[in-house]
Design a protein around this ligand. Structure first.
Ligand code: CU
Length: 229
């Protein structure tokens, strides 16, 4: 009976920890242990939250050095027990590493703190695709004999960085898209080589939809092209 109550209380405590993590709160990270890693490797906090690191006292020297040079503790890797904290005052992604077992850019023993601004206005502006063109608009597939243009170039302009889904559909069949892929587009002009490989001769419709990092979708943009035999 008592044991049951204890387990119940422990379960409640565990649930409280989970809720706190989900809402963004102070985080703690262990340096080292059975291997030379930071655990957890990636944490997310809100502006004003503190991340605390301590070494696992595994006998191996570790420290925490920010890639941007803003913070380094202990000043050189140490195996004696240490605890260090940093309070994040601005939003962004902060990478760090252990100078003994890692390097900048997430190499080896390294971690990442993502700091979010809970009061930041949400991005609700969808991306826009303009100036979509397929040049040349008539080309052929790699199997054809008299083929001047094996493939084409798709050019378009994005209002912001977005993931772009590209569908190609044979017009007369009203079929599902047979050639579909997703590419990472940058703000401004984008160019993508497009081959007719595996596409049947005929008139085709190309359709693009862009999705920005906040998951807003653009209006679709489309262009036609023809594949000759
Ligand atoms: Cu280390």
């Amino acid at each position: 009976m008592r044991r049951g109550l204890l387990l119940f209380v422990l379960a409640l405590a565990g649930a409280a920890v989970l809720v706190a993590t989900a809402l963004g709160a102070d985080q703690s990270v262990t340096a080292g242990g059975t291997s030379d890693v930071f655990t957890p490797k990636d944490v997310t906090v809100n502006i004003g939250d503190t991340v605390t690191w301590h070494n696992a006292t595994d006998g191996r020297p570790h420290n925490v050095a920010f890639d941007n040079g803003q913070f380094k503790m202990p000043s050189s890797p140490s195996a004696v027990p240490w605890t260090t904290s940093f309070k994040f005052q601005s939003a962004g992604v902060f990478r760090y590493y252990c100078e003994q077992h890692g390097d900048k850019g997430g190499v080896g023993m390294a971690g990442k703190v993502t700091v979010i601004d809970p009061n930041a206005p949400k991005d609700t502006t969808p991306p826009a695709i303009t100036k979509l063109s397929v040049k040349p608009s008539t080309f052929c597939n790699n199997k054809s004999k008299k083929c001047k243009h094996k493939g084409t170039t798709v050019t378009f302009t994005l209002s912001e960085k977005a993931s772009v889904r590209v569908d190609a559909t044979l017009k007369k069949k009203r079929a599902k898209a047979v050639k579909a892929f997703t590419m990472n587009g940058k703000a401004g002009k984008n160019k993508k080589a497009f081959s007719a490989n595996g596409l049947a001769p005929g008139k085709w419709k190309l359709r693009l939809v862009a999705t920005d990092p906040a998951k807003n979708h653009s209006q679709p943009a489309s262009a036609s092209f023809t594949i000759k035999k």
